[in-house]
Design a protein around this ligand. Structure first.
Ligand SMILES: [Zn+2]
Length: 409
């Protein structure tokens, strides 16, 4: 598996909304690029450059699930490697929310009061000590922060965001491509010059093809995303393509991070024969049970199906572990729609239920199956979990370093 880190930058305003939503009132743009939109935009750029969709190359890139196009999240110049969705365990002051200012900057009354991860104390039922902001003279309640975070070179944190503007215009009839009568509406657009970062996972056999495609689209500058393409909106440049060593840009391999900290110590009543580990969703995940029902947690029904689709265990391992059990979760779910690149005309796409990115799950397993659990989690980090993985759904991180310490960041 080869992983490319992709950075994109908008060259004209970008509207990331569904066509249906953009036909009345003021429409907000979403703040990230879904993997399906990236995939469609790359395919569109290659088709416009004269490639045939029947070619073996095109099939390798877009129809055999050899390439998984991840979501692209907002990033800023000073951020290194990746942008992460903030998990619901990340709490911040209600009054002055956000990360602590960078060291060396002059203190100001506007400074945010910091962000604290509460996974360990929620597991241990000691979270009450974090309920209120500890900043001098504040004492306000804390709440989950939401949004994204990234780290700077010096280890401090930031919340990457985009500048936006409102654009007012007449709606285009999806069917005829002409202005619809009496349909003035306002859409929110992400400004030009704003950046996104994310990952593309490629099977070894498709690595050369994928690199050539990405480079070609970068060199031709023909990437187009979102709505209003005929009016010059949505022009996007690929600003960098980097091969990544670690999973989603993490420095430590799974074997060194998956048991740090030892969550088992914080679960009262856990049998000495079992150990615990955490799984954090990097992207939304669509989880089903064996009867096709949507699941909103990594419960036994979801695990049964994940194991069934995990493929053959690696050499030296007879069976996948059977003792994994759900223990705890901080999660949310929301409906997602199919985002296709084909210029449709307003037919509503199918709706599915996704577990929201950033959700955290703690599971336990028998110590005697430790090696098998590690092998399974290694496989799942590489392949993802659940449905529509080629569109970036279901990417996970086991033992995310974010949950390591309960310090104010
Ligand atoms: Zn405060």
């Amino acid at each position: 598996m080869i992983v490319y880190r992709l950075t994109l930058r908008t060259r004209s305003p970008l509207v990331l909304a569904s066509r249906q939503a953009a036909q009345g009132g003021a429409t907000r743009s979403r703040d990230y690029i879904p993997g399906s939109v990236l995939r469609g935009a790359l395919a569109g750029a290659l088709l416009r450059a004269g490639h045939s969709s029947d070619s073996a190359w095109f099939q390798t890139l877009f129809s055999q699930e050899l390439v998984r196009y991840g979501c692209l999240y907002p990033t800023e110049e000073e951020a290194v490697t990746a942008t992460w969705p903030l998990p619901p365990t990340a709490w911040s002051c209600k009054i002055q929310s956000g990360f602590l200012p960078q060291q060396g900057t002059l203190p100001s009354p506007e400074d945010a009061h910091g962000v604290l991860d509460t996974l360990v104390s929620q597991l241990a039922h000691t979270w009450l000590k974090h309920e209120r902001c500890q900043h001098d003279g504040c004492g306000s309640l804390r709440e989950p922060l939401g949004g994204y975070y990234a780290q700077r070179e010096d280890g401090s944190y930031l919340q990457p965001t985009h500048s936006r503007r409102l654009i007012t215009r007449t709606a285009i009839s999806g069917r005829w491509g002409s202005a619809r009568h009496g349909s003035l509406h306002t859409v929110e657009a992400i400004e030009d010059g704003q950046a996104f970062v994310g990952f593309v996972h490629v099977a070894d056999s498709a690595a050369q093809d994928a690199r050539r495609a990405l480079q070609q689209v970068r060199d031709t500058g023909a990437l187009r995303l979102g709505l209003g393409l005929s009016r010059g909106l949505g022009q996007v440049d690929i600003s960098s393509i980097d091969e990544e060593e670690g999973h989603l840009g993490l420095a430590q391999p799974l074997s060194e991070r998956w048991r740090v900290p030892d969550l088992s110590q914080h679960i009262s009543g856990l049998s000495a024969e079992r150990f615990a580990f955490s799984i954090t969703l990097y992207s939304d995940a669509i989880l089903l049970d064996d009867f096709g029902r949507y699941q909103v947690a990594l419960n036994e029904e979801a695990w049964r199906r994940i194991l069934r689709y995990a493929g053959q265990p690696p050499a030296g391992l007879a069976n996948w572990p059977q003792s994994i059990r759900y223990h705890w979760g901080a999660t949310a779910a929301h409906p997602v729609y199919n985002w296709r690149f084909a210029p449709g005309w307003g037919k509503r796409s199918s709706e599915e239920l996704a577990v929201t990115r950033g959700s955290v799950f703690v599971c336990t397993a028998l110590r005697q199956e430790e090696a098998a659990v590690l092998a399974l989690l290694e496989r799942l980090e590489a392949t993802g979990i659940g449905r529509r993985r080629a569109e970036g759904f279901g990417q996970i991180v086991v033992g995310h370093p974010w949950h390591r310490e309960e310090v104010l960041r």
